[in-house]
Design a protein around this ligand. Sequence first.
Ligand code: CA
Length: 231
Amino acid sequence: MSRILIVEDEPRIASFLEKGLQAHGFITTHTEDGEGGIALALGGKFDLLILDLGLPDRDGMTVLEALRGQGFAKPIILLTARDDLHDKVTGLEAGADDYVTKPFRFEELLARIRARLRSLQTSSELAKTTLTVGSVVLDLMTRQVQASGQVVELSAREFILTETFMRHAGQVLSREQLLDLAWGYGYDPGSNIVDVYVGYLRKKLGSDCIETVRGMGYRMVLTEAINVAAS
Ligand code: CA
């Protein structure tokens, strides 16, 4: 399981990141300032660092430079609120591996994290990338989904919603949790978009794979032990 350190001072974004990453099988640690981030990164066993550039105590860019200067070799992905090419170029030159500009979609950051971690993995680890719940098999690398032995075509959103359900198989997820996990922050909780997409998944994966729990939300039916081999 991969460990991710998040250095981000905005509580809403930090919590959104932690929830989303934990839901996708990562172990997260969060700190809100640069000094704490440097200490944790140098002292801890992290596989990847997510670093906000606008921190209260010091500029994220100097945190990046300090870490690379002290031999921190793990991937660093920058979060920048500034759509500023200069920051991005400077960040990459200072040793960042990638960046995401706020506001960003969770799945975009997730894809970048996976790409960075994948380049570190050995081939044996690469093979362990499938989730299986009942007759549904999802491959995180090829992004292929099969249901009852048939390949199913899913949109990007359907894929991430399916993955979310599979990682929480047997557990009831409220519409609000599903919005947070599969859509990201800022969606109107009164919207019926979750219900619409659950309808799509039932058509594609099988009508009884996701059940409605009245007044609470939805649950992926756990018919066999979940096999979470990826992280
Ligand atoms: Ca900030």
